[in-house]
Design a binder for this molecule. Structure first.
Ligand SMILES: [Fe+2]
Length: 281
């Protein structure tokens, strides 16, 4: 409750800033970088010492999660979970970053938190702080663990969701609540990759799974872009870029289409016992 009080105070005092989607548009052969604000999403990073002074309880949480003993223990615990689930990947975490968020009626487009190239984030975690959340408030986190079907997670008080930063597409459905609060944590580090050795294991590598999922969810992808940003030329550009990408992906994945068709989002329960080796990172 102390954490929630501090986030509310930051929002009321105007100490949070609008979140933006970044994109590259090409006009007459010249690349332009654009930032398009998301509607009604307000955030603040915890790395600034001046911010930490304003919200000491949240700053303590961030400091504790950044301690090397905690990161070492979390890596070991996650690797135990992977081993139990026969996931042939291991992580070693060495850095934590935290953000607080207030959502006053916004949503997020479909994305992964990291592409695994420009940063080393491996694990994302979100702590929800909404004691009065009701079903018709919306704002669920929708996860796309392709080839399994999508899963919706309700943002109820004290719920912590943990998922891979690179290998899991997700979005936030439109929120109708007056406000929806959460803290996001990102844990960075190193990863040991298994080798892909067959067309099916290749299609279930983190990158190809997400690309194949984009083909399958192309229409929902466009809707999520529309819902998350105000009507603007930049948003039109984002949607045009999306469909250009879909056409490229369709051509590029033509060899894999039979495998995608075979495994189109499947129900996790009915898939138990099936030999699908998924790389989550
Ligand atoms: Fe995200």
């Amino acid at each position: 409750m102390k954490m929630l009080g501090e986030i509310k105070m930051m929002k009321e005092r105007g100490n949070m800033f609008s979140n933006a989607t970044r994109l590259v548009a090409v006009e007459n052969g010249v690349e332009k970088r654009l930032a398009v604000d998301k509607k009604n999403i307000w955030e603040q990073e915890m790395s600034d010492p001046n911010v930490q002074k304003l919200i000491p309880n949240l700053a303590d949480v961030s400091a504790n999660l950044s301690h090397k003993d905690f990161l070492h223990q979390l890596s070991a615990d996650m690797n135990d979970v992977f081993a139990e689930k026969k996931i042939q990947q291991e992580i070693a975490l060495d850095y934590q970053a935290m953000k607080i968020q207030s959502n006053t009626g916004g949503s997020f487009p479909i994305h992964t938190d990291s592409d695994g190239i420009v940063d080393t984030r491996l694990i994302s975690a979100i702590l929800y702080l909404n004691p009065d959340w009701k079903k018709n408030d919306g704002g669920q986190l929708r996860l796309y663990p392709f080839p399994y079907k999508q899963v919706d997670v309700e943002p109820v008080f004290n719920r912590l969701v943990i998922f891979p930063s690179t290998g899991l597409l997700h979005r936030v459905l439109p929120s109708n609540a007056k406000n929806r609060f959460c803290c996001t944590f990102w844990f960075s580090g190193n990863l040991r990759h298994p080798t892909a050795d067959s067309p099916t294991s290749r299609i279930f590598s983190a990158k190809l799974r997400n690309i194949a999922a984009r083909l399958v969810y192309a229409q929902e992808w466009e809707e999520a872009i529309r819902e998350s940003h105000a009507d603007s030329e930049a948003r039109d550009q984002m949607i045009a870029n999306h469909w250009k990408d879909i056409s490229t992906i369709g051509r590029g994945l033509s060899d894999y289409v039979p495998y995608i068709g075979q495994y189109l989002p499947v129900d996790r329960n009915s898939a138990e016992g099936q030999e699908i080796k998924i790389n989550w990172f």
